[in-house]
Design a protein around this ligand. Structure first.
Ligand SMILES: *[C@@H]1O[C@H](CO)[C@@H](O)[C@H](O)[C@H]1NC(C)=O
Ligand SMILES: *[C@@H]1O[C@H](CO)[C@@H](O)[C@H](O)[C@H]1NC(C)=O
Ligand SMILES: *[C@@H]1O[C@H](CO)[C@@H](O)[C@H](O)[C@H]1NC(C)=O
Ligand SMILES: *[C@@H]1O[C@H](CO)[C@@H](O)[C@H](O)[C@H]1NC(C)=O
Length: 342
């Protein structure tokens, strides 16, 4: 009996190994089948395939649930594109023609300067390679808090919970000083555009979201000569943020959020939804704070005392309802968690 079992086990093991190897070759090789099985060549091809395999294999993530995991929800898989790069670098800066013309229309900029020249200038000032912090470490579980600016954070006492995350992303004018108990004090990344800029803490990475060519020129200007002080409103001529702490949100990623996630709703995505989708790509676990209205239905910022200050929601530029539906759906399939505050 024992030997029979042992033999069955052996056969099974071999079978599993065979299936694994076959599927490995079928998935990761388009050439092996046709070529001769010459040992030396096989070794070379095996190592090539192994390299390919490592490149495409899912980055290991040790969270109980990993946000980028596919085949959990077809709704998610239809929208999420792992290959999209969230940040602009010197290597991926060339925009496709339709992306560029879409992006140019966002702010109806008159006579923009040449984008190639602007980007070249930009990367002479800010680093052209990706923030090492953003490259996922192999293994581990990167937990991110995306903190919106809703009044529902008031008296939420979320501060310590928010600060407990590896990354804390904030956006636009959001202050922390004076609101630490509710919103926390830690920030690793702050998403802004020139008109929404606020001075940031020493070690905070500024993620500039460019909606027009001038925004990229402003980064250069604001960290050097200070010549740009006005876009469609006054903007800070000089900023204290260190050049090596500046990252640029990729214009093609803005279009990806608009096309894949918002399915063309609104004129273009808000900083809020841009932060959420950004985090899906750089984090393993995503928790949202300060999104949506407060319990009384008011849409104001947590640092404002005017509960009716929700006019920004009705500007027609962003489709707030559709964006909320996207985050609510992400939560309903357990990709993210939304902490609703008060
Ligand atoms: C995903 O993004 C890559 C890189 O931009 C693109 O080449 C590819 O076509 C996209 N895939 C889908 C299914 O849209
Ligand atoms: C930028 O350069 C690329 C390739 O050199 C070119 O195809 C494209 O038209 C240029 N874009 C602009 C806005 O000048
Ligand atoms: C910024 O980072 C440096 C080096 O890690 C550290 O010594 C310093 O305390 C940090 N400053 C703040 C304000 O967190
Ligand atoms: C999102 O909108 C769709 C279509 O209107 C609706 O069926 C769905 O219930 C909404 N999802 C959530 C989570 O609100």
């Amino acid at each position: 009996m024992v030997t029979v079992r042992k033999r069955t086990l052996k056969v099974l093991t071999l079978l599993v190994l065979f299936i694994f190897l076959t599927s490995f070759f079928l998935n990761y090789s388009h050439t092996t089948v046709a070529t001769t099985w010459f040992p030396k060549q096989m070794v070379v091809e095996l190592s090539e395939n192994f390299k390919k395999f490592m490149k495409y294999a899912h980055r290991p993530c040790t969270c109980a649930r990993c946000v980028g995991q596919q085949r959990v929800s077809s709704w998610f898989d239809e929208r999420f594109n792992r290959s999209m790069q969230p940040l602009l670098t010197a290597q991926n800066a060339l925009l496709e023609e339709d992306t560029y013309s879409w992006w140019l229309r966002l702010q109806r900029e008159k006579q923009p300067n040449n984008l190639n020249d602007t980007i070249k200038e930009l990367f002479q000032v800010v680093p052209g390679n990706v923030d090492p912090l953003l490259e996922k470490k192999s293994g581990g579980c990167r937990r991110c808090a995306v903190v919106g600016n809703s009044g529902n954070l008031r008296e939420s006492w979320y501060g310590p919970q928010i600060d407990g995350h590896d990354f804390v992303l904030r956006m636009n004018k959001a202050p922390t000083a004076g609101f630490e108990a509710d919103v926390g004090s830690k920030t690793t990344h702050h998403l802004v555009y020139p008109e929404s800029f606020r001075e940031l803490g020493e070690n905070v990475s500024m993620v500039l979201v460019p909606f027009k060519t001038t925004d990229l020129e402003w980064v250069v200007s604001a960290t050097t000569t200070g010549t740009i002080s006005h876009t469609y409103v006054p903007v800070p001529a000089k900023i204290k943020v260190k050049k090596n702490k500046i990252l640029i949100y990729h214009p093609a990623f803005i279009k990806y959020v608009f096309d894949n996630w918002l399915q063309g709703h609104g004129r273009y995505p808000s900083t809020g939804i841009l932060s959420v989708i950004f985090s899906l790509h750089i984090c393993d676990e995503v928790n949202l704070y300060g999104f949506g209205a407060d319990s009384k239905g008011n849409w104001h910022h947590y640092w404002e005392n005017n509960p009716s200050a929700g006019a920004f929601r009705k500007t027609g530029v962003h489709d707030g309802d559709f964006e909320s539906n996207v985050t609510a759906t992400l939560a309903s399939i357990n990709k993210i968690r939304i902490f609703k505050g008060r």
